[in-house]
Design a binder for this molecule. Sequence first.
Ligand code: DP6
Length: 326
Amino acid sequence: MYAAARAYTNIALIKYWGKKDEQLILPMNSSLSLTLDAFYTETSVEPLQGLHEDEVMMDGVLLSGASVAKINRFMNLVREKSGRHMFARIVTRNHVPVASGFASSASGFATLSAAAARAYGMDCSGAALSRLARRGSGSASRSIYGGFVKWMKGTDDASSYAVPVDPAKWPICLVSVAVNKQPKKISSREGMRRTVKTSSFYPVWIKEAERDLARIEPAIRKHDLDMVGKIAEANALKMHAAMLAADPPFTYWEEGTMTVMRCAVHLREQGIPCYFTMDAGPNVKLLCSEADVGRILEDLSEFFPSESLTVARPGPGVDYLKNPIQ
Ligand code: DP6
């Protein structure tokens, strides 16, 4: 019996940066994100007799070697937890345009968790799915829910999962600017590890992240875009500052990253609320109000081609699908 699901990607406004436990993927700090409607992954999982390993078809290509190792490890966990030992045929389609500058691991592992949990007869409640998705990729724990979502760091496997905070039913938008579409040289996993181990700013980052989280939640509940944007922007800058203080230091920023940051500052000087955030990569996401999207795209189009610009709105949580993915 197959199960199929869809989940959307998310953008962190208070970032997750650093693990306390690499195996269980327990984070050093709690984080908060907005699930987005423009980018999603669909996956079906079908446990089958007679398979000698998991068969993974991604966007029409049969995966092999290193590209499938992370999914195999995850499916081994599913088999261990469910007590069912069959290998599975997994078919997955990413609707995350390469040009969007978004990674698909959050939507990918959230979707795989939902489909695998149902196909292997496991607990499919939100908390159980969030905990399972976390083991694939930390940020995937938040893509189980729509709107604004908080991942509570917890103290162990049972207590580290995400919860919905606000359905984001207000006209908030996100403009994604793809500055460079090439794969990054330092993965977020490696970047986090180096920052935790060597950055003298890291203890400050942890303190600030918890403080930013406590301040952003009431701002979200009040639908205060300015306050949400200010806190999110400052939080992203602090995460990137911690990387600059690592040994050896590193940054994901490029010239284009700075161009977008300057655009945001310029727009604010004109009275348009517009705030930037960047993950572990050079691409920038601008948080803004629906009413200002046209003007923001106009300003950005001076520097970037239209195919690098994507507008996203708050998206829903994980959902099950009737038909298998082709
Ligand atoms: C900067 O969730 O991709 O986007 O848990 O190692 O798979 P792993 O990392 P991942 O890291 C995301 C880091 C971030 C911030 C965030 O999404 O909170």
